[in-house]
Design a protein around this ligand. Structure first.
Ligand code: HMG
Ligand code: MG
Length: 305
């Protein structure tokens, strides 16, 4: 089956970095990713700068990137104020985001799940009227950093509410990277009865190294859209303990081995990862190891987070 990878490095990848990353680096990253053949890149987030200072320059990033024909440049929006900014910046697609866990949602967007859905009610039709496609994230779909295991029932309920609001696509998030393939299958047993398969994407973080196995499990159930980040960067400031998104490079190799067709140039992805690694001043990728002076590979480099 054909699989689409939605690239997360500029948004999820950078939102949790402590050091200030210059706007020009973000622009260079998006431009390098555009060259790698993605059809969708999540560029930034129009959220409150007080909550996520790292992405306060979202409008400037959008203004300066070189847009490639056929590529969708997307942004996160938590409310109408975010949508106004996304329209002004000419984003092609917006993503609203809520969660299956009340505690995480409160900490992340200062709202209950119902309040957040009510906030999105005017956002979705306005975005569609402005010609944008709309994605809806359901975070903490397996595990919550505050509440522990999350059962499929609440995930399916939130997913249905977002579909009823009119989102084009859901992205189901393993926010803290703790899911296992059997949990993915258990969720899909319920979710596929409620939501069309072609409206479901998965967003796996990779804290325990199971993200590629989870993605392959979902692919085997017919899911064909996955989020990933070049070099495996990422993490949510309000999800303590989460590692980065699954690395695009690893995910593409794993899904191709499972039979997926993915039109992406891995050399181009690696070039974007290298640019990012140099900007962040550290090695990226779970399996990347720094070279030692005698050319041998040393062990012990930390996982990307
Ligand atoms: P709040 O403090 O309750 O909002 O935050 P408020 O409406 O009271 O506004 C407070 C201030 O923020 C006001 O400014 C607003 O104007 C401003 P002040 O009067 O104090 O100067 N404000 C905004 N400014 C710019 N753009 C906006 C905006 N909205 C309000 N859109 C709010 C509520 C939702 C705004 C806040 O909690 C927020 O921005 N949260 C975002 C947190 C976030 O970005 N988390 C990471 C992304 S989610 C994620 O990573 C998970 C995901 O990857 C999937 C997965 O892994 O599971 C997607
Ligand atoms: Mg995430």
């Amino acid at each position: 089956m054909k699989v689409r990878i939605v690239e997360m490095a500029p948004r999820d990848g950078l939102q949790n970095e402590q050091a200030r990353i210059p706007t020009e680096t973000k622009v260079a990253l998006v431009d390098a990713l555009s060259e790698a053949g993605y059809d969708e890149i999540e560029v930034s987030a129009f959220v409150a700068p007080k909550w996520v200072p790292q992405l306060a320059d979202a409008a400037e990033v959008f203004a300066r990137i070189r847009r490639r024909e056929g590529v969708t440049y997307a942004a996160l929006v938590p409310n109408e104020q975010g949508l106004d900014r996304a329209i002004e910046a000419r984003a092609d697609k917006v993503a609203v985001f809520t969660a299956a866990s009340e505690t995480f949602n409160r900490k992340n967007i200062n709202a209950s799940i119902d309040e957040s859905i009510a906030r999105f009610a005017p956002v979705v039709p306005r975005a569609r009227a402005a010609g944008m496609r709309v994605r809806g994230y359901v975070s903490t779909a397996f595990w919550c950093p505050y509440e522990g295991a999350i059962a499929p029932g609440p995930v399916v309920a939130v997913a249905k509410q977002l579909i009823d609001l009119g989102v084009d696509e859901l992205s189901i998030g393993d926010t803290i990277g703790k899911a296992k393939p059997e949990e993915v299958n258990a969720l899909l047993d319920r979710l596929l009865d409620a939501v069309p398969q072609d409206q479901i994407a998965f967003h796996f973080h990779d804290t325990y190294g199971l993200a590629t196995a989870n993605a392959v499990a979902a692919y085997e159930r017919g899911i064909t859209v996955f989020d990933a980040s070049a070099g495996g960067v990422g993490g949510c400031p309000y999800a303590p303990g989460a590692a980065g998104n699954v690395g695009t490079e690893e995910l593409v190799v794993a899904l191709r081995a499972a039979g997926a067709e993915i039109a992406l140039d891995l050399a181009g992805v690696s070039a974007a990862s290298a640019l990012l690694a140099s900007a962040l001043g550290r090695t990226l990728g779970r399996r990347a190891r720094p070279s030692t002076p005698n050319g041998a590979s040393s062990s012990g480099s930390p996982p990307a987070s």
